[in-house]
Design a protein around this ligand. Structure first.
Ligand code: SAH
Length: 212
């Protein structure tokens, strides 16, 4: 139903600098409208963030594009996502051939995402809990993507990243963040690249913002 709008959005993202072939293919395949509440579904293919309930949002497609491209996902990569949210980001990663592990702290959001993955036949390993402490059981991860803004890079996530692995995480204050792309060069040594000025909902947890 939304195919034309979807292809148009992907074309726009390509013009804005999203060039990763596997990502573009996934963006063409995943039906974003299936991850969006019915009240705002008609806006599924605008390049904007949209509310998914409980005060949370599904990120803007361009932001998702930039983050996923920076992550440099290869088929078979083990990827940890912090902040499952709607599940759209996880669905893209799964379509790109990654083994996806995703953590969500908000129980209702976690539950909605779980049902959605089942319904759409997506294989995503989900956990309800605080993602700032990672998912030790399945570490190390080739890639880690944090989809909520954090005051700093959580130590546990640094530890659980594989050697040569990459992590993409928005770091800053509660209103505006820089996207940091970290590459693990040695144990506890990282190369850091900054992509400035994005705004995400807060990462809340032991190594994130405190819940009020
Ligand atoms: N990737 C999502 C974007 C979700 S917005 C998507 O594609 O829709 C960020 C999400 O991070 C919210 O659902 C919020 O509840 C969650 N979150 C915030 N702090 C968290 C934490 N410490 N651990 C896990 N999830 C967290």
């Amino acid at each position: 139903m939304y195919k034309l709008q979807r292809l148009e959005l992907v074309e726009n993202l390509e013009k804005k600098g999203i060039t990763d072939i596997a990502l573009l293919k996934a963006l063409k395949e995943v039906q974003r409208e299936k991850f969006i509440p019915s009240g705002v579904r008609q806006h599924s293919y605008k390049d904007i963030a949209l509310p998914i309930g409980y005060g949370q949002t599904i990120s803007q497609p361009y932001t998702i594009g930039i983050m996923t491209q920076a992550l440099d996902v290869k088929e078979g990569n083990k990827v940890l996502e912090i902040g499952t949210g709607s599940g759209y980001q996880a669905a893209l990663l799964e379509k790109m051939g990654a083994k996806v592990y995703s953590i969500e702290r908000h129980f209702d959001i976690y539950n909605d995402a779980l049902n959605r993955f089942d319904k759409l036949g997506l294989r995503v390993h989900c956990k309800h809990g605080d993602g700032t402490i990672g998912w030790e059981e399945y570490a190390p991860f080739d890639k880690i993507i944090v989809t909520a803004g954090s005051p700093r890079v959580p130590d546990q996530l640094k530890k659980q990243l594989a050697l040569s692995g990459k992590m993409v995480i928005p770091v800053g204050d509660k209103f505006s963040q820089t996207l940091q792309v970290l590459t693990k060069i040695k144990d506890d040594e990282f190369e850091i690249e900054d992509i400035p000025e994005f705004a995400f909902v807060p990462l809340i947890g032991r190594e994130g913002w405190k819940d009020q």
